[in-house]
Design a protein around this ligand. Structure first.
Ligand SMILES: NC(=O)c1ccc[n+]([C@@H]2O[C@H](COP(=O)([O-])OP(=O)(O)OC[C@H]3O[C@@H](n4cnc5c(N)ncnc54)[C@H](OP(=O)(O)O)[C@@H]3O)[C@@H](O)[C@H]2O)c1
Length: 305
């Protein structure tokens, strides 16, 4: 790997799904050199350094920062938090990667992009930006590998159902009767790490990632109940009520619009998806909701003995 330099992982500090942080750990475990890009020096940066990564600080919206961190790397994982500047950051990364010359650019996207076209977009500004980002990367001619996960267990279900399951043993979401098949970012990161470790066979491919079972929210609640050894039910709350809650929590408008769209797509059964790429790429099946909730039982209010 020395002749190829380090592998650059962006968004490595980790905020919600923390794919970048988990990928960094998995690559270091494989003995590969990792340059971990963070936005600022803090405890998370110190932990990455202590784990053996070369930590670099920079802003993905600053071309000079991106040029500085990519130089010397031949493989890149590009992902950052859901935010208004996503398309701009992607195009900056593409311009830099073309200039530097890379062997693989692994791009984090979303599964909804698989259902989008010129005639069919969605009202989510994040989904629109992922769709356009994928187009721009295709025009770039770069050796891209596209990762399209469905909704994350760590980045959505844990923060948005953890408190109500803890306090009221209820999953409260406006998902209607639609089916969903969430994926663990632990599994998403395993796919990304496997691709970065040996990108050759993957370049040009699109990997859609889901969990092992598509089911409605009553089915999801049953998996929570099995994991926690107590009753957990699903309450299909009014979408307007949920949106007000998101506003009260002070989330940025970009993220709120994205979450509200996700809920509407769920009600329209657009998250009823099944893909086997986690197992195909890593050799191990994706984690179930039950396994995930068991692993995070304390954050969901604990397991009844
Ligand atoms: N959540 C879901 O259900 C879901 C489902 C499918 C796909 N996705 C996609 O997954 C990606 C998010 O991945 P994730 O959950 O692993 O991300 P994350 O943990 O929420 O964030 C990754 C990091 O990006 C950093 N970052 C944000 N803006 C930056 C900037 N301008 N310059 C440098 N770093 C910046 C943040 O730094 P700080 O922490 O220091 O702010 C954060 O640590 C998005 O592309 C999203 O569309 C999410």
């Amino acid at each position: 790997m020395t002749e190829n330099g380090s592998i650059l992982v962006t968004g490595a500090a980790g905020q919600l799904g923390a794919v970048g942080r988990t990928v960094t750990g998995l690559l270091l475990e494989r003995g590969l050199p990792v340059r971990a890009m963070v936005r600022r020096e803090d405890d998370r940066a110190a932990a990455l350094r202590a784990a053996g990564a070369e930590v670099v600080v920079g802003d993905l919206l600053e071309p000079a920062d991106v040029a500085r961190v990519v130089r010397g790397c031949r493989r890149v994982y590009f992902g950052m938090s859901v935010s208004a500047g996503y398309l701009e950051a992607t195009v900056i990364m593409a311009a830099v990667a073309r200039d530097v010359g890379v062997d693989a650019l692994v791009n984090m996207s979303q599964m909804t992009v698989s259902q989008m076209s010129l005639q069919h977009t969605t009202p989510s500004p994040q989904q629109r930006q992922h769709w356009l980002s994928e187009q721009a990367l295709a025009w770039s001619g770069l050796p891209v590998v596209t990762i399209r996960p469905t909704v994350f267990l760590e980045g959505f279900f844990l923060p948005l159902t953890g408190p109500s399951v803890r306090d009221r043993s209820r999953i409260e979401l406006p998902f209607g009767r639609g089916k969903t098949n969430p994926v663990a970012t632990a599994d998403v990161a395993r796919v990304v790490a496997a691709v970065l470790a040996d990108p050759g066979p993957h370049v040009g491919r699109i990997y859609e990632l889901t969990g092992p079972r598509s089911q409605d929210m009553d089915g999801v609640a049953r998996e929570y109940a099995d994991a926690l050894h107590r009753e957990v039910t699903y309450a299909d709350i009014p979408p307007e009520e949920w949106e007000q809650e998101l506003h009260r929590a002070g989330l940025p408008e970009h993220l709120t619009r994205h979450l509200v769209t996700m809920a509407a797509l769920n009600r329209a059964n657009r998250y009823d998806r099944m893909a086997d790429s986690v197992e195909r790429v890593t050799g191990r099946p994706a984690m179930s909701v039950r396994e995930f909730v068991s692993l995070h039982a304390e954050e969901f209010g604990g397991r009844r003995s």
